[in-house]
Design a protein around this ligand. Sequence first.
Ligand code: UDP
Ligand code: MG
Length: 324
Amino acid sequence: MNRLMVVVPCYNEEEVLPETISQLAMVIEQLLSKEKIAANSGVLFVNDGSRDHTWEIITQAHSKNPYIYGLNLAGNVGHQNALLAGLDAVRDNCSMTISIDADLQDDIAVIEQMVDKYLQGADIVYGVRNDRTQDHFFKRFSAQSFYKVMSSLGVKTIYNHADFRLMSQRALTALFEYKERNLFLRGIVPTIGYSCDCVYYSRKKRMAGESKYPLRKMLSFAWDGITSFSIRPITMISIIGLLIVFCSMIAFVYTLLSYFIGHTEPGWPSLMISIWFLGGVQLFSLGIVGQYVGKTYIESKERPRYIIKEFLDHKEDFSNDKKN
Ligand code: UDP
Ligand code: MG
């Protein structure tokens, strides 16, 4: 019954962790006192191969506090994978999970609203920042450009939503149907399709410690997001190729005219025309080959074709078969 697990990936977070642990444990106690969640609810801290005392802090907290759970990964696998490891560990035994960063930049006060929305029937509740004034200019600018590029490439993302979200058990089960290695959660979750809702909050400054996302990691994360969802960049190569072939037609007319007017050196017209035309044809062909490679790439992900929401059945004839 309504067991909630909050999943927190942690990488070298010793400075902020004691505060995070006490604040999240407090949230669980409050929700319990209001009887919104089950008594065996808790917070799972995933140690993502930290090199500081993060795991010791988690172990100590676990021995003192019945709501604190810990999962220690063998090495550093990155934020997204650490989060997945945590979700995977709890998904069979809880009704809902909330993922949140260890630095408490996301407002824990809205956790209760998330649970309320779950109780009203939402399967996925996104935490959305409606205020980024606490982020410095570059982070804000780069994040906003990222969401714009993603949507222009046809990827469904929730604007200004990071990885602070509630997911019901069946939404999680659906998430783990996606077999790809390179899971870009912010892009995948909106494609699952169960009923969803949003809660709004303003993003705070990191309480302590430093951001674990330097520019290099941020760029590679954004690039991963784009390339694991869209093969439109390949289509763009074909289009540019076609445009160049078209330009070669214009160049053809222009060179012929110049030739007849007598403004040309010998050999120049044929050189001009072949450079443009061959360049265009080559790029276009590359694009076509790319389309096939892209299709293979999409196929290799083995994503689920559909996710079932409800099945009206008699005596569970069909639904029983599914489970076996
Ligand atoms: N994190 C992780 N593994 C990593 C990098 C980060 O588990 O390799 C965690 C980190 O401890 C934090 C969350 O991912 O809980 C988000 O990181 P951070 O707050 O540094 O990112 P930012 O908010 O600056 O984008
Ligand atoms: Mg942060």
